[in-house]
Write a protein that binds this ligand. Structure first.
Ligand code: BGC
Length: 344
């Protein structure tokens, strides 16, 4: 009898201990879920290789800081991107990081976030006419200046060129053009440089770039350079040049240091690219997003007026890449492996 009572007491004690451990456990889980910061990342597209790096590096850094990231990509469609933003807000994100397809159209998404009290970081591309919290990008004017300066130097300061701009809906495309104009306009005014054809590539689509290049080629084959604003459009232009027997015969610029573009550079069909260290941008943005989500103060190094207000900004420096410094830049930085660029 005595033994039975002792056993019963023991069982009851064990049960109590278990219940206690369970409630501590669920309490911790609840606290963790409450403390876990959820961040929304809304991308225009994952088409260009760079955006996949942006996504992966952003998510990795945010997770390192204990946050969870919900990612959406809109496939170059404004309606889809607004829906993505709506769903991220509904899912309780505490900070929204947006790469807008259309910088003006995405003001609507920002208004939705504002209503829900969620801070918005405009990532790489500026959202205009809306109350964004922060803008983080590369020095986009410098990108354009570097592209144009390279072209001018490569053609000896004079000659006929084709100009291919990016998506007219992307504020960056306008900034790249502005940088290019800074270098080219005085030479155009002097008559040293003549633009034989120019156009904007909708959605930065390489197939649209190819069409623009073909339109130029139907007009004339008398030009020495093609000023492309990124590697994707350079790829489209080079395809058209190839079909016209001009591949590797004219100077072609780019941007992003895409793996395929770096391969074209070492093969001689593309002349340069502008390398933007994505890891720095993505890491900074993730740190900032976690701080904003926790209502912590953040600092900025500059401002840009987006038509609504002066927005705190950070611009990161960019690097010109050619055949000559490929190893010392993208490969040294492990942006690409040597094998990927030069083959085995
Ligand atoms: C980015 C470029 C990119 C282009 C197309 C621009 O806003 O700054 O890096 O190539 O969009 O996605």
């Amino acid at each position: 009898m005595k033994l039975k009572i002792i056993l019963l007491v023991l069982v009851v004690l064990m049960l109590i201990a278990n219940i206690k451990a369970f409630s501590i456990h669920t309490g911790e889980a609840k606290k963790k879920a409450k403390d876990e910061v959820v961040i929304g990342l809304s991308l225009d597209t994952l088409k260009e290789a760079r955006w996949q790096k942006d996504r992966d590096m952003f998510v990795a850094q945010a997770e390192k800081l204990g946050a969870k990231v919900l990612v959406q990509s809109a496939n170059s469609d404004d309606t889809a991107q607004i829906k993505d933003i709506q769903s991220l807000i509904t899912n309780g994100v505490k900070c929204l990081v947006i790469v807008p397809h259309d910088g003006a159209a995405m003001a609507k998404g920002v208004e939705m976030a504002n209503k829900a009290g969620i801070p918005v970081i405009s990532y790489d591309r500026l959202i205009t006419g809306a109350d964004i919290t922060y803008y983080l990008s590369f020095d986009n004017i410098k990108v354009g200046e570097k592209q144009a300066q390279f072209l001018v130097d490569a053609i000896g300061g004079k000659g006929k060129i084709v100009r291919m701009y990016g998506a007219p809906t992307d504020n960056n495309a306008k900034m790249f053009k502005q940088g290019q104009d800074n270098v080219l306009q005085p030479l155009i005014d002097k008559g040293d440089i003549e633009v034989v054809h120019e156009d904007w590539a909708t959605d930065w689509d390489p197939s649209n770039a190819k069409k623009i290049m073909n339109a130029a080629l139907t007009k004339t084959k008398d030009f020495v350079g093609v000023l492309c604003s990124n590697d994707g459009t350079a790829g489209g232009a080079i395809q058209a040049l190839k079909e016209a027997g001009l591949e590797g015969k004219v100077v072609v610029t780019g941007q992003d240091a895409d793996e395929v573009a770096c391969q074209r550079i070492v093969n001689g069909t593309q002349s340069m690219t502008v390398y933007k260290p994505i890891s720095k941008l993505a890491r900074k943005a993730a740190i900032l997003a976690v701080k904003l989500a926790k209502h912590k103060p953040v600092s900025a190094t500059g401002i840009i007026n987006n038509g609504f207000k002066d927005v705190p900004t950070i611009y990161l420096p960019v690097i010109t890449v050619t055949k000559d410094n490929m190893d010392k830049t993208v490969i040294k930085d492990k942006f690409h492996t040597k094998e990927a660029i030069y083959g085995k």
